[in-house]
Every structure is written in structure tokens, then in C-alpha cells.
Design a protein around this ligand. Structure first.
Ligand code: GLN
Length: 187
């Protein structure tokens, strides 16, 4: 099994390290030719969604990756990655891959609560650690989107078909339960 990690900007190295700990091979997707290399799943890391969206288009990677997602490639998206998957952003006119019918709010926790750590249930798993960094949350979902986790009444994790999207950063905590959920979709 091999996971392609989008590596144009942001926290991709942390995902690679987490996968390595699980004994899973990853490849960095830095340029268009990398998207043809063959992989079984995709990770969209945290970072700055506007920069990532712009770079993916400039590097001519955007359409290929969108097609891969729409064709059923399993996806794990964290933070900025969640923003890239949303059909719509409530506080930004941009939208990117638009592969999950949900509305996401960027930088949704405001300045005071810019970064925080908590634990919450995730899809029936008790107390999964969650690290939020200038995080988005999901404001609305269409009925066929499964809600995997809520924190303070806000939706912070969803699954839609082959895609899991998270407001927080599992790559920054030692707990592997979220990666296991993702790997289950590939197996
Ligand atoms: N605030 C960032 C954005 O809007 C996301 C933050 C993150 O990925 N940690 O893209």
C-alpha cells in the first residue's frame, strides 16, 4: 500500500512521519508527474488553503487530483484539506475541489481560540485527541454526509463516500485511530 501526500505547502511531513510509524509507505506529490505515479490513497494536509489551491492550479495538478477523488480514491483531509474539499465556504468566495456537499467556515474559532487541544468521540471511538490550529469547522452538511465528530456542538469530522475530512490535525498526536479508519477505507 502506498499513500500519496500532497506536498506543495503545509504540514505534509508530519503525515509522512505518522504513516511511517504505521509501516506505511508514502510518496510526496509535488508536481504533475507525481500524480501519475500510482498510489492507493491521498492525504490533503493542513496549511493555508488559499496557497495550496493556487499552487495546485499553477502546477497543473488540480484537475488530475479532483478526478482521482471523484473516481473513488480514498482521501484523508486535514484542516486546510477540509477547506479544499468543501462544496462551499461560508466566509470566502473561493471553492476548490468541491467533492463534499458541505459548507465550511474558515478560521472559524476566531483569534482568541486560534489553537487548542481537546479530546472527543470520533465515530464511536472514545476520547480521540484533537489538535486545532486556526481551524475550520463544518456549518452545514447534506443529509448523505456522515458526521464523525463534534466538539462544542460544531462538526469537526465528516465522511462522504471515499473521503474523510477533519478540522483538526491527527498527525500531531500519537493516537492512530483516525489513520486506522482511513486505512480501513483502502483495505
Ligand atoms: N486557516 C487555514 C486556512 O484557512 C487552515 C489552518 C490549518 O490547516 N491548520 O487554510
Amino acid at each position: 500500500m502506498k499513500i500519496g501526500v500532497i506536498a506543495v505547502q503545509g504540514a505534509f511531513i508530519e503525515h509522512e512521519a505518522a504513516l511511517q510509524k504505521l509501516g506505511i509507505e508514502s510518496i510526496e506529490l509535488r508536481q504533475k508527474s507525481d500524480t501519475q505515479k500510482g498510489y492507493d490513497g491521498l492525504i490533503l494536509p493542513g496549511g493555508e488553503s488559499t496557497v495550496q489551491g493556487k499552487l495546485l492550479k499553477e502546477l497543473d495538478m488540480f484537475d488530475t487530483i479532483k478526478t482521482q477523488i471523484e473516481s473513488g480514491m480514498p482521501v484523508l483531509a486535514t484542516c486546510a484539506g477540509m477547506i479544499l474539499l468543501a462544496n462551499e465556504l461560508s466566509n470566502d468566495a473561493h471553492a476548490y475541489f468541491q467533492t463534499i456537499p458541505m459548507t465550511v467556515k474558515r478560521n472559524a474559532y476566531g483569534r482568541q481560540l486560534g489553537s487548542f487541544h481537546t479530546e472527543a468521540d470520533f465515530c464511536g471511538i472514545d476520547k480521540v485527541p484533537m489538535t486545532f490550529i486556526r481551524a475550520p469547522y463544518v456549518e452545514t452538511v447534506s443529509p448523505d454526509v456522515e458526521i464523525l465528530a463534534k466538539v462544542q456542538e460544531k462538526i469537526v469530522a465528516v465522511r462522504y463516500k471515499n473521503q474523510i475530512a477533519l478540522s483538526f490535525h491527527p498527525e500531531l498526536d500519537d493516537d492512530t485511530s483516525i489513520y486506522n479508519e482511513f486505512l480501513k477505507m483502502i483495505a
